[in-house]
Write a protein that binds this ligand. Structure first.
Ligand SMILES: Nc1ncnc2c1ncn2[C@@H]1O[C@H](COP(=O)(O)OP(=O)(O)OP(=O)(O)O)[C@@H](O)[C@H]1O
Ligand SMILES: [Mg+2]
Length: 472
């Protein structure tokens, strides 16, 4: 299909030349000034705009400006005379893709147009890819039905597009990085880098150059320039993980860079400006660290403009069944032909466990169980000892708060309900020698309902075929 090119040119002769030369390859639309071009642009599906810079009334720059606001992805090429090169260059900064110098040669025009269209195609492809990544890391992979978490998910969407710094607090494994990524990929910065620096994972003496980079020769061993994370994150997001572990002497520098959006490479002499959104995370209570004199108060205030506190998994146990199915789904490709189900009993054990390592520990536990399971579904025996040990028995931890009481009651109820149901089902099958229709009739359920129960509890019906009925 021919692409549509809009040509804005006030000189009649030039318009004709361009039209005649381009109309074989492209569908060409003509406008004699900026205003007319804008009209045409709004009414047609334009793939590229070729515009003269100087035109009476609305000129090329103003047209460029409007077009970029309407559809930033459409490439714009400017035609300019020698005297106006300066404005052509500033137009490039405004988003023009390229420019052509008068007198123009048709070969060059064609080449520049082709290149601009190719580039636009690549960008478009890239954007689509980024969209996919976005939906992969996006809000929908943050699984939870807990009110606090739902509130957080709403907040992520609300704040994504602002540049405000976000502090994410939560125990290890509660999903801090996942939240940071969700903010990034839901923002307009999503197509730009998401850079992670973990203060506790990088040796103290390397952290500064990791953050700010260095110039060649800044110190022995600095063989070439290194670009730091602040610079790599330009136009995107810098995620400073475990910010609570940042050495105090670096905290001042980081604060300064965060405040001014500018910094110097180590050994550098020139300040570098960046456009970065900061997200930080910590498993520590930063306020306490401030009080203990380990964390700068001014930096603390700079960080928690927006603060998100992720509740530990033990405070949102209703999420466990959801997360379990999510992780089974997530890892099913890695563990081919392994169980894609979990028994109610095993699930109950998982619900009863305390999860000190939070969601990360649960995820590892599920993955391991999928690998080790002896049958076609995950059973209690496939779970690690420490997980089995704590719950699963007829014991419970005495609740200390109303919320805990509610939770423990919910768990116990669930556990007992499952057990009663399973026993009921097995008894009915036993009485009716594994005849489903009869058993269903016997208990007063319709057959489909009864069959659903059998499926839910994974009862093997034929085991009951030979069994004695209740009359014997
Ligand atoms: N609500 C959730 N829904 C789905 N997956 C989650 C959720 N929370 C965490 N996860 C998963 O659990 C794992 C740990 O999460 P993440 O790395 O974000 O936690 P963290 O708080 O940064 O942990 P750490 O303190 O150990 O660095 C990841 O694989 C993440 O995808
Ligand atoms: Mg983390």
């Amino acid at each position: 299909m021919k692409r549509t090119i809009l040509i804005a040119e006030d000189e009649e002769k030039m318009r004709r030349i361009l039209e005649v030369n381009l109309q074989d390859q492209y569908h060409v639309l003509l406008a004699k000034d900026g205003a007319e071009a804008l009209e045409q642009f709004k009414e047609n599906e334009i793939n590229l705009l070729l515009t003269d810079l100087r035109m009476p009334g609305k000129d090329g720059l103003s047209l460029l400006h409007d077009v970029k606001r309407l559809r930033p992805e459409v490439p714009v090429i400017l035609i300019t005379a020698y005297g106006t090169i300066e404005s052509a260059i500033s137009a490039m900064k405004e988003g023009a893709t390229d420019y052509l110098l008068k007198p123009i040669k048709m070969e060059e025009v064609e080449r520049v147009i082709q290149r601009a269209l190719l580039q636009a195609d690549l960008l478009d492809e890239n954007r689509k890819l980024k969209e996919e990544i976005k939906s992969f890391y996006g809000i929908d992979t943050l699984i939870s039905k807990h009110p606090k978490m739902i509130e957080i998910m709403g907040m992520i969407q609300q704040i994504a597009d602002s540049k405000a710094t976000v502090l994410i607090e939560g125990e290890s494994g509660t999903g801090k990085e996942l939240v940071a990524r969700a903010i990034h990929f839901n923002s307009q910065r999503g197509g730009f880098p998401f850079i992670v620096v973990n203060s506790s994972a990088i040796p103290r003496e390397l952290l500064e150059s990791e953050l700010f980079g260095y110039e060649k020769g800044a110190f022995t061993g600095a063989m070439r320039r290194k670009i730091g994370s602040f610079e790599l994150a330009h136009r995107g997001t810098l995620f400073l993980d475990e910010i609570g572990e940042m050495p105090k002497e670096l905290q001042v520098k980081v604060l300064r860079a965060m405040e001014g959006y500018r910094f110097m490479r180590v050994g550098g002499t020139e300040e570098i400006d960046v456009d970065v959104r900061f997200i930080t995370a910590t498993h520590r209570d930063l306020k306490e660290a401030v009080e203990a004199g380990e964390f700068r108060e001014d930096l603390y205030y700079r960080l928690h403009v927006i603060s998100i506190k992720l509740p530990p998994l033990r405070e949102r146990k209703e999420d466990i069944p959801l997360l379990v199915s999510h992780f089974i789904e997530k890892h099913k490709r890695e563990v081919k032909d392994r169980p894609l189900e979990i028994s109610e009993k095993a699930l109950t054990v998982l619900i009863n466990y305390g999860w000190p390592g939070n969601v990360r520990e649960l995820e590892n536990c599920i993955l391991r169980a999928m690998l080790l399971a002896r049958s076609s579904r995950i059973e209690t025996e496939d779970l690690p000892e420490e997980v089995r040990g704590e719950g699963g028995r007829e014991t419970f931890v005495v609740p200390k708060t109303n919320e805990e009481l509610r939770r423990v009651k919910w768990q116990l109820k669930r556990r007992v309900e499952e057990e009663v149901e399973e026993a009921f089902l097995k008894e009915a099958l036993k009485r009716n020698r594994g005849n489903i229709t009869k058993a269903a009739l016997d208990v007063g359920m319709d057959r489909r309902q009864f069959q659903n129960l059998i499926r839910k509890h994974r009862v093997v019906v034929k085991d009951f075929k030979g069994e004695a009925s209740s009359h014997s």
